[in-house]
Design a protein around this ligand. Sequence first.
Ligand code: FE
Length: 244
Amino acid sequence: MRSELSIRKFSILLPVALFCASRAVLVRAAEPARAAEPQAQEAAGPFARVPLGFPMNSLSPYISEETVEYHYGKHYKANVDALNKLVAGKPEAAMSLDKIIMTAAPGPLFNNAAQTWNHAFYFSSLRPDGGGEPSGLLAGAINRDFGSFAKFREAYAAAAQTLFGSGWTWLVLDAGRLKVVQTFNADLPMKHGQTPLFVLDVWEHAYYIDYRNARPKYIDAVFDHLINWDFAAANYARAVAVGS
Ligand code: FE
């Protein structure tokens, strides 16, 4: 029942591409013996975490089970819990997550709504046995806009490594061109008219247990082993289809 409830909420609250890609991961990850259950339910309210599409231990050794437990089970959950408490009894309780993000004033409501969105996108951007290079239309677009995959990876890694403080590094589609962009704290591409394809969380909680202060090792590990290119490619295809 709880799983059905989470999926229902998620289908209402996040973009179709994100939903479809995550469902694909869920199907693929349904076979391992270890369950991917969240540690606890969200505080009562209209918003829920995206179901984790893989077992918590399945990103190891590149991202440990302990990191996923804390990141998905505590940090992300705390954002969703705070969001549910902030909207309780208010008109925002009936709004979509996107609407709240686009209309909220700077402050706790925006921060927790945006971090709820960002973390759903992040956990959909990763998968066990991922990494490597994309194929198809997205690969062609990367070659067109960066020159080669190697140059894209170099630009992305530099942006992720040099982001000062806490934030996110994104591959986005902006006016028909792929770009690598940084956002700080809870900021996100939709506030800037950009369509995200893939994101890396570079808040310290995403990597400190596994890599301490060596953020470049985390970035390399994700590129080599964990990027969910199917998710990014689905987001790109959808964005192109709607003319982003
Ligand atoms: Fe995070």
